[in-house]
Design a protein around this ligand. Structure first.
Ligand code: NAP
Length: 345
């Protein structure tokens, strides 16, 4: 510091030494004090911000009691895509909370198996199954759902059904059916199911709609662009609907899971960061009726927090070069092998 002081003084043009010395002695200490003061304020702001974030994350994901869903919203919950993975686990968890469940999926046998599982574990819970293929959710199928749910006091709708790619691909490599289904199964199902239940929720001025998005809906996911875009629709739609229906007492929530051990994720072994569907569903159902946007499982929230510090260009480059491209290459080889085998048989 003294060395710097003498050095700056030695640079002063002849005749200005006294002025520079006065500046260094009187003005500089004040400037340095102000800078330290501003740094301290900024430092404290971030310290308190992150302490608050950690405490509120612990509160919302570990300590906060879940709502009484039957009393708050109604006796029945509808879960789409409820015969496997997250949807089936959410149906079980909602049944554990005492809700009756409308199960909607495409396979009658799997629907009956899920309904039987619920009945075996929670004998007091009633179930209703509706078989619908959301990739063909035409006027007839919509009318069928409307007719079959009209007698129930619907309180919660979980728009869970969703499909991704069989494996990462360039968009032009997808067949046209898959391109259509990414929109119909992920987006149209969510919009139409919401439209079907809303009049009753608006009338009784209560209800909760939970839409399942994905990390791909908030982060750039190259080689999964169609899925990423479809999930971004779910994110934005839900956030707007939550504000739009606030005065009607209908709560909208978008949940953003990361990996869960399901058929869609093609991951079998759970870990702290990759929960089983049942573990995810515990956190997911406990969060219903609170925030408009949440990643309810703590391990996912932690990953999202860390990713928020990584620039989008880096995440995108990492995803395409180091992760998705390799999976695509292996997938393309397998697809070619299967096509060749099908030709020869
Ligand atoms: N698993 C993850 O790591 C992960 C991560 C982020 C977001 N998500 C989202 O979470 C949601 C559930 O994913 P998941 O991993 O649980 O999927 P999953 O294990 O593949 O289960 C999907 C469910 O949807 C049903 N379904 C699929 N296509 C359908 C159609 N056309 N019509 C009617 N039902 C249909 C399936 O029925 P079948 O049994 O008959 O196929 C099954 O019950 C999706 O929206 C997904 O995007 C999942």
């Amino acid at each position: 510091m003294f060395y710097m002081y003498d050095y700056v003084l030695s640079l002063a043009p002849a005749g200005t030494e006294a002025l520079v010395k006065r500046f260094l002695d009187e003005v500089m200490p004040k400037v340095i004090a102000y800078i330290i003061f501003i740094w301290a304020i900024v430092g404290f702001y971030y310290l308190f911000k992150y302490i608050f974030l950690v405490l509120s994350a612990i509160w919302t994901r570990v300590l906060r009691p879940s709502k009484n869903l039957v009393r708050s919203y109604g006796a029945w919950a509808i879960v789409t895509g409820s015969t496997d993975g997250i949807g089936e686990a959410m149906a079980m968890e909602l049944a554990r909370k005492g809700m009756n469940i409308v199960l909607i999926s495409r396979s009658v046998e799997k629907l009956e198996a899920t309904a039987a599982k619920i009945k075996a574990k929670y004998p007091k819970v009633s179930t209703k199954t509706i078989d619908v293929d959301f990739s063909k959710f035409d006027a007839k199928a919509r009318a069928k759902v409307e007719e079959e749910i009209k007698e129930f006091d619907i309180g919660v709708l979980v728009n869970n059904v969703g499909i991704s790619y069989p494996f990462p691909k360039y968009f032009h490599e997808l067949d046209q059916d898959r391109v259509d289904q990414l929109i119909t199964v992920n987006c149209t199902s969510t919009s139409v199911m919401t439209r079907l239940v809303l009049p009753a929720l608006v009338k009784k001025k209560k209800g909760a709609v939970v839409n399942i998005s994905s990390f791909a809906g908030i982060a750039v996911s190259p080689l999964l662009s169609g899925y990423s875009g479809a999930k971004a629709y779910i994110e934005h739609f839900t956030r707007a609907m939550n504000v739009e229906y606030f005065d009607y007492g209908v709560h909208f929530q978008v949940q953003t899971p990361l990996f869960v051990t399901t058929k869609l994720a093609k991951i079998q072994r759970p870990s702290l960061l990759v929960p089983t569907p049942a573990r995810y569903a515990r956190s997911a159902v406990a969060a219903i009726g609170y925030e408009a946007v949440i990643s309810p499982y703590w391990g996912h929230a932690l990953q999202l927090f860390i990713y928020s510090f990584i620039p989008e260009w880096f995440m995108g480059a990492w995803a395409i070069k180091l992760s998705h491209y390799g999976i695509r290459t292996a997938g393309m080889k397998k697809e070619a092998r299967l096509a060749a085998a099908a030709k020869t048989s």
